[in-house]
Design a protein around this ligand. Sequence first.
Ligand SMILES: [Zn+2]
Length: 1042
Amino acid sequence: MAISNLTFKCQQKKTVPVLSRPCRAMQTNRQERAPLPRNMIENSMFEEEPDVVDLAKESPSYPIDSDDVVYEPRSSRLLVRGLGENDMDEEEEDYESSARLLGMSFMNRSSNQRSASSSYTRQQPSGSCSMPSAKKTVAGILVLIIVASIAMVIYFLPRCTFSKDGCHKANSSMERIYPVASNGELFPWTDLRLPNSVRPVQYELWLFPNLTTMTFQGNVNITMVVMQGTKKIVLHSSDMKILKATFQGKEVKILEYKPWQQIAIKFSEELKKGQQYVLNILYTASLSNSYDGFYNSSYIDTTGKRRVLAATQFEPLAARKAFPCFDEPAFKASFLIKIKREAEYISLSNMHKTKTTNLPDGFFEDEFEKSMNMSTYLVAFIVANFSCLSANVSNTLVSVYAVPDKKDQVHYALKTATELLQFYNTFFEIKYPLSKLDLVGIPDFLAGAMENWGLITFRETTLLVGNHSSPIDKQLVTSVIAHELAHQWFGNLVTMRWWNDLWLNEGFATYMQYMSIETKYPELDIDNEFLNVRFRAMAKDSLNSSHPVSSKVTTPEQVEEMFDSVSYEKGASILLMLNATLSEKAFQKGVIEYLRNYRGGNTENEDLWSSLSQVAGRSINVSQMMNTWTVQKGFPLVTVNKIGKQVKLTQEHFLLNADNATNHSNLWHIPLTYVNDTCSNSSSCKQVFLFKDKVATLEVSDSVKWLKFNYKNEGFYIVDYGENGWKDLINALNANVSVLSHEDRASLINNIFALSRLGKVSFRQVLNLFAYLHNETETAPLTEALTQLNHILRLLEKRSDLLLVSRMAVYITEHFGDLMDSQSWGEETSVSKQALRSALLETACSLNRPNCTEQAKSLFDQWIASNKTKVIPGDLLRAVLSVAAQSEDGWTELLDTYKHSIYDSEKRKTLEALASTQNVRKIVWILKAALEGSEIQTPELPLVISTVCRHFAGHLYAWDFVKENWDKLTQKFPIGSFPLQSIIMSTTSQFSTKMHLEEVEQFFGSLKDRGSQMRSIQEATETIKLNMRWMDRNLATLRTWL
Ligand SMILES: [Zn+2]
């Protein structure tokens, strides 16, 4: 549908004057972040052991209910989750009997007794005991204790090493003991995952945020159904003060175990299977100061006034900070939300607003339609002063919201969202199920965007398009909208059961984002971007610190860590490979089948494969093939050896740091594709061979001169052609560049660099391939070559090897200088040409190539002279402003632009320019300002740090800054989260000396539970070691050949 056919209407802003703004005294909890889960061993060591004797004096009247007996460690519990309820019962019985054998039954029983006794205190060990037959009973129990204690000592002694720290083995068994709730009683649950005995059916949630005191009141009614008879309910809650809880109308006591963000209610009578119950909780909390939960956000408007708003970001684990809930994706329920607000704001939630009530106290209460069944992480609400633009498409009202100053920048997003909604409605053959879809640009938002059902939230830079936006900026906005819209089906309608399969959400949405744009907006040249994504994913996945696409996760940090390149980019890459193998039609059919089969439900890896198997035909076992890509980490290196007609193939794990390899025997089912010199440049030339074994042999015709494998790099593997194979390909390219597609050329450049990193080819061979670049004109191969050379240049720069740095700079300008000089500085419409131009000119200007810096200065001067009204093409903005930022006046001017620009893409590029300064005092200032968040928004800190680190002047300051401010950083960005992953990698990944390696190891090692377990730290040290090895191997070659 064209934009002219759309009907525009807009939600009315309430103009009723504010009568009064009562400032209610509320109990607030100003804690910024949830406490980290404490190790169970710590608990048992410090709080459990001394209680054993005391407990025996308590009345043994409190029975253990069936699902109380959970002794297994957390890891085994996770496995049990996959089973049905009945299976779990058996498992639990097994654990109980084995625990009894271990002498643990007594201890747990005792612990439970203690929890039932409210009079228990350590200071009064027996004062409350009033049993008439005391003496005999106590004596009997004491005997039992002694027997049990001896049994335990005998059990543990042979395997226990006593040391200064005590008996480690004994402590590990103590893990199974119930933790202590915040009121001192025992908490009745021992697992990070919730029990399955009770499921929520519906939440009725009432909220009243106060944007003056930055607190909110909440009231939630949770209707739940009992799946299995139980005497407890366990759910999530974090950072809130519970004022009152009632169950079926009767007041109940809430136990809280803060480290795991869980609360529980214990009952004396069993809740019956199949029955529904209602739990009501009244609470207050502070609006969060971090970027998750129900958080406060602010911005300065064009009049200089600070405006506030409240918004939510729940994925993955923060719904529990806004309301008590069963905060796991498989606990889907419906939501009825009401929000009380002041007159000057509007409120938004997932569903349509059904009515607004004018309350006697001058406030308003908005009530929203009942939602579909959905996971808690998809719930969202916003209270703010926003403007919007709407359009109706296929009975869905699509609206784009932004702060009033930016209301003119929503048109592009609205057009794109309506078009893509129609595209997906048709592609998936399931209509978007809600009657409205809001897209909201939030100032001060950490993620790129969030797919909350019906209320998608964005960073302003990924939603708003102003006059200054270039086609590349539009490409970004389109990509993010396409990604979030795809989630309305992949993620919202069908959801992964648990975060281990996050890729089912993210890999799919990422794949769909590229696929839909390629089909719907071919002019955006998205295929080059997707190719870069595959290269990036392979670079990450070639490290030993990588992980399988579908990985076991338990702790909140591990859940956060799943939001990484593997889930998103590798996930999307292997779906592209499967699509190319099955054919587009069959793949689409399988996807539709999957959505139909699991609509409204939760899924695992295998469910997707079974749907796709139904369309795949007999030739391919989809499940078998794809499991080799999802349940083991890494990807294969295929080595090709062509002798006459025979082509011998071998596969092995492409692991850069093979010394620490955990498993050398991995095999993949590779849908190997290839073309040859007689037919190489069209998909009809592509031949496919399913390569499952370690070794295989292909036969080709005698006349075949060369082969290129992995057609267009659609497969997730790297190919080594051997010395002769590479020579043949290089000769072919030297004779005629277009003998291969531009994707294939980029793929050769990427692969040969990767092989040189692995040590399989010499750097001399890499340079041999580069000889052909004189004839190259396409964006993908040129930008890939430039990226790789820039990477080496930056490593050399950080080693202060000035001679080699200047030689490398000369090498780059020798190969790219003509192209750099021939770029235009005017408007350019082709996205692909823009991408090439900006890559070339940013490099040229950073190398101080006079042609570039003079042009940049001249454009900047004209821009200033026109009072910043003359438009600098968006793709050149970063290059131009970065040159300007090197002078005192330019920097000051840019800081002013950053503070006052209402165009977010311009603002971001201005910030990058500011951070590219070589002036150390300015570097120190900008790092601090972004951390504090006053003059530079904190969500931009990862970008500031990575920009500073790219340049020699600031990279060591940035590293020191991260070390000094680690605790502040982890308050802003959760441990394991993507921003923190990015900060770690950008500050350390350019080190290549032993001294830096030791420094990095020493610092992160000293963090202990403040983040030392993060996977990105392993990635960092592994990367430094690889850099060191590469330098050892190649410095001599570089000195000879550059
Ligand atoms: Zn996503």
